[in-house]
Design a binder for this molecule. Sequence first.
Ligand code: KG4
Ligand code: ZN
Length: 344
Amino acid sequence: MYILGIESSCDETAAAVINENKEILSSVVWTQLDEHKKFGGVVPEIAARAHLEKIDEIVTKALDTAKISFSDLNAVAAAAGPGLIGGVIVGVMTAKAIAAVNNIPFIAVNHLEGHALAARILYPVNFPFLLLLTSGGHCQILEVLGVGKYQKLGATIDDAAGEAFDKVAKMLNLGYPGGPWVEKYALNGNPDRFSLPRPLKGKNNCDFSFSGLKTAVRHLIEKLENNLSENDKADISAAFQKAVVDVMKDRMTKAINIFKSHFPEAKDVVVAGGVAANSAIRSMILDLAQENQLIFSAPPPNLCTDNAAMIAYAALERFNLGLINTLDFKPRPRWPLYENYEQS
Ligand code: KG4
Ligand code: ZN
């Protein structure tokens, strides 16, 4: 059995083929880096056009690499939201056309569910599990009860963590996307030279806030009169990353306690989404999990950042449960995992 997955909800045009044994036969990711670099962020209209220009080539490449053709497919899936609607429409319309022409089921996958389930491709993560989902657009802690079944414990009240990494990298003139650059600079920095705030630390809930932290970094840079040496950049990166790790540790400690009280038998804690590629964050959650006799899993970095293998995999889980969609499914710019998830 073969399922084709398509991802185009942000600035990656991606396609992947997975089989019934969860083997990823191909995973092609084309990142629109050069298109958006000069703006320091994703420009929705440019992204949509770039997806449209590239998608046929990327899908063909995914099929060729998997050594199959359209007629071998058993289902086709696309990330149908949430995301930049122009790009989402490109992926969904492509998948619907492939479904219609080849007379196979179409599966609309929530991009966040793709991230949420990705750890299950490689690891035996069982439901229910606790999930820190942290990416460029989202930062939330969820109890994952099953496919399509999510309970929110907390979420960011302003910026997503990835957004904060990207903005800090932009202020430091490092590169785009910012996360990997901040991580690289932080490796050589002193995290204790500058003190930065820990927003919401100690609060009696599992919410996040990153905008104050970002503003604090801006004030720090202004205080240094924008005259930053490579050393300063490394120290600021390290201080910022440490603040994020501290805050996430505090929120996840709270979340683990709640999760354990809800599901005393549950064993798994997962971190996923683009920011989960960060090794300081991964190792902090690994430690927390061990302290709490839980098993930590995270997708490998190439399955954390946006890709289509996670979309194909979520579709495989849905296909196995008989959860397929009709061709009148409308792409959704906003599609929270925990509200009316199955309503369509
Ligand atoms: O999941 P993703 O690829 O796209 C969204 O769905 O948003 O996440 C992209 C985000 C970007 O903000 C990027 O800077 C961040 O993930 N990111 C990282 C790292 N690698 C990617 N943040 C921190 N450390 C990293 N190593
Ligand atoms: Zn994503």
